[in-house]
Ligand binder design. Sequence first.
Ligand SMILES: Cc1ncc(COP(=O)(O)O)c(C=O)c1O
Length: 401
Amino acid sequence: MHPGTAWALLRLAVKGQLISGECVGHFEQAFAKYLSAAEAAAVSSGSAALALILESLGLQAGDEVILPAYTCQSVPGCLQSLGQVPRFVDCDPRDDNMDPGRFSAVLTARTRAIIATHVFGRPCAMESIERFAREHRLFLIEDCAHALGATIKGRKLGTWGDAAYFSLSLTKPFGAFNGGMVVTNDRELAARIRSKIDALVPLPRHILWRNMLSAYALYWLTRPVLFTSVLYPALRLLSWFDRDLISAYNSTFRSLLASRSERFKLSNAQACVGLLMLRAHNGDMRSRAEKVASFRDLCARADCPLPGDAAAEVDASAYPYFFIIKHPRRSELARELLRRRIDTGKFLMRDCAALFLGTADCPHAAAAYADSLQIPVEHCEPSEMARIIEVLKSHGSGEGA
Ligand SMILES: Cc1ncc(COP(=O)(O)O)c(C=O)c1O
């Protein structure tokens, strides 16, 4: 959390401007400027932002949308809530992003759009995806929930398609007490989206308070004293049920927070936090990239395997999000890391083809879902990195296990 956040919120509370005020407009302008995009429009969640884009592009019930099988379940959930049909494609196991070579197999006369998710902030093959979209006259929507600040050839993600959406939810590195943002270079589309946002009701005060309290609870629980006395014992317990902090948070608190199918205006308080975070974002990205680079370097020097690390495929400067490895015995690895006081994440993305259709058509997505482990390298001190390396070395790459 940005150090000035509490004071800035207190000032807004004293002025009675937690819900409405001028920060929202400033945040939208700063967001658009950061991406070099024409327009940005803020709303209460990434899912609400996606729904507004789909409606404003004129998609109807029964229209089909191509999207990755390996994604957050709220994305196909949003399509289904609008009566649209998700057409899942498998991912490329090298970077876990959707494989454009598989688009033709799911294309039909009803296909209207592609949602290109930059999984874990790793840029999708946008040039091929854009070419396919243009050839088949499909709308192209970028899912940048993980990708604020990432680039392809110097061009920011979020500016490649007809529109993009970002999530500002608490489990993201850019988590402005939940929230979402639509970005587009199409001013007419932006005007349609804005008129829909203008018709929304403000974020209810109790939802803002719940968002703020859960953000602060998460912040304090991860400070050393409360981590040792409260969170760590709880995480050890959860690990025996193969759960982790994010999955526990998602299945309990998150459903209590602003329901993702509901849509509200973004509050002034969230926009104020977003502005503070945006100012610090390039610096945050740089320090994350430096930590990841030094971890990879230490691993190389210690001859430590990093199975499934997409380092070779991804430009590190365009990589703002989670550090992931894959391991066939990832639960065992996670438990051992937790025993050494390193908390990891397992259930970030899902195999949505299996989840929504019950099919096993997307084996790479299924494998990514089963084997991926997020290691919080970007927050680790050298001594913690050394502990991670010891555990990774003792488990090897898992091949032949
Ligand atoms: C890839 C991806 N897309 C979309 C979303 C939805 O964002 P929100 O939770 O803000 O509705 C998420 C959230 O976890 C996500 O990870």
